[in-house]
Design a protein around this ligand. Sequence first.
Ligand code: ZN
Length: 323
Amino acid sequence: MIDLHCDTIFSLWKESGAYTLADNPFSISAVRLRDGGVRGQCFALFTPMHSGVPALHSGKSPWQIVNELHDVFVRETAEAGIPMMDSVSGLSDGNVHAILTTEEGGAIEGDISRLEILREWGVRIFGLTWNWENELGYPNSRDPEIMGKGLKEKGIEAVEECGRLGIIVDVSHLSDGGFMDVARYSKLPFVATHSDCRSVTSASRNLTDEDLRILADHGGVAGLNLCPAFLSDDDPATEAEAESRISDMVRHVMHAYRTAGDEVLAIGTDFDGIGGRLEIPSPDRMHLLRDALASAGMKQSVLDKMWDGNAERVLLEAEEVFR
Ligand SMILES: [Zn+2]
């Protein structure tokens, strides 16, 4: 399996030293990645810009925070014995590999030259926004005016620079207008690392059918997110009671497959960034989803593409520029 998104590094950073990647109570640990047969785990450096925990970033700039997150990534993957993916071909050596990604383009503070530093760190995927406006663009929103806004000038520059550096642009969290601009300006395939289908569940974080087809036309993928709020329109009293059900995952995957074909399917669990009652709480249980999809009629060849083939294809295409 290749998982395009998790927030485990952010969780480790937030708990500052209480846990390690090797051993923790989170969804993702070295053991659970190995037990799950994960070949490539994307670890996002998620830079909180205005989070509900101001003490975390008081006095620190976004660029300082993303540097701290990167230090955590380097230390924790090394101590857990998880090598960073050196080249996509290396994913086939039987080990778990860490793939470095970022979430919240505000981390570079509008300084496009810092994308080159991210590339030197080994960042393969760059998320333009989280759920706030930043120097690059606007987030997904229930407000149609915000949702319709395209990329800012610097956002277009960032997309072009990512293309030059071989970094894949991630449109998860982005506004609909921003999505269309990425489609217009990205020379590489682009991805939605962790987004589900809006015509199945109305969340603004999800992708429209048109988005799915455009992604497929550009050779990109959409990673299935296991977050309860994106999988169903349930309205639980508290986040802790929200349910992430395998039956809902199957509905989303089958819809994406029928809408945009088998080349767009991928996995982006969002582990350690999502709460609730998770029927699949960790990578070592992903086989339950695979079995459910097979029971729903999905062919093994399609499941192989969704589990890692498609993500590997996109990573490889960008790597030809990256190297
Ligand atoms: Zn996210």
